[in-house]
Design a protein around this ligand. Structure first.
Ligand SMILES: [Zn+2]
Length: 252
């Protein structure tokens, strides 16, 4: 597993990824948020109400995973969904959220990114499901993404945008770029005809390579001859998560 970045490295990396996100048009105005985990219980996250382009390292917020903010800067109102990802998936070191136009179109149409059409997106990203709609900034947002945090690497937030995560800020951002690339290609395909999808055997070959590369998550691509081999484990993980939530709700 990758080492933690130091606080200084994390602050610099978040500003660099913020610039990239802004330049690529993945966010408008003050949209989006980025976080990096720097120890077992501490993250650096973007502040509320600030453009992701041209951020300064000292504007970023240091906070604990229990929600305690260190210092005076105020974190993004969406930090709750970042914290939920870190709490549930211990392999995650960075979470990125933006409104990339093609991905957000899928989020608004509530269409999952699950067509097996490109080897690269199957290998590095996998399926991107759509979480139930939740009002931004509320506790319902982290609840809505919870079923997908272990089994997938990204999720579309209904009528909102895209959330990706990974074992580094680079991997989380690459997953965002891959999802947006998939979205753009699917939209282009709408104009020229139906895509020819991989069959189940071809999907399973790619999933096997993904496993051998040590890439976790990715969900299950539907394919014409039945479910791909990860189907059971992924749906089991989602079921376990649902039951855990119900038990926790009864305890509190
Ligand atoms: Zn947003």
């Amino acid at each position: 597993m990758a080492e933690y970045m130091t606080e200084i490295q994390a602050r610099k990396a978040i500003c660099e990824i913020g610039d990239k996100m802004y330049t690529k048009g993945f966010v408008a105005a003050n949209d989006g948020n980025i976080s990096v985990k720097i120890s077992e219980d501490m993250i650096i996250v973007t502040p509320t109400g600030v453009s992701k382009g041209g951020m300064s390292t000292n504007s970023l917020v240091k906070m604990k995973l229990d929600g305690t903010v260190i210092g005076l800067n105020k974190p993004s109102s969406e930090v709750k969904m970042h914290i939920r990802v870190y709490q549930l998936n211990k392999t995650v070191k960075s979470v990125v959220h933006a409104h990339p136009p093609a991905s957000t179109a899928f989020a608004i149409a509530r269409i999952p990114m699950d067509r097996p059409i490109m080897s690269e997106s199957i290998l590095t990203l996998g399926v991107v499901p759509v979480a139930e709609y939740a009002l931004p900034g509320t506790k319902e947002v982290p609840d809505s993404i919870e079923p997908y945090v272990i089994s997938h690497n990204a999720v579309l937030l209904a009528n909102h945008g895209l959330l990706t995560w990974g074992d580094s800020i680079t991997q989380a951002m690459y997953r965002m770029e891959s999802a947006e690339q998939y979205g753009n290609i699917m939209i282009n395909l709408k104009q020229i005809g139906e895509p020819k999808e991989f069959n189940c055997a071809q999907v399973n070959d790619l999933v096997l390579i993904r496993k051998n590369l040590g890439i976790q998550g990715g969900g299950v691509h539907p394919c014409e001859n039945g479910p791909a081999e990860e189907n059971q484990s992924s749906s089991e993980a989602e079921l376990i998560m649902k039951i855990t939530r119900q038990v926790l709700a009864q305890l509190t």
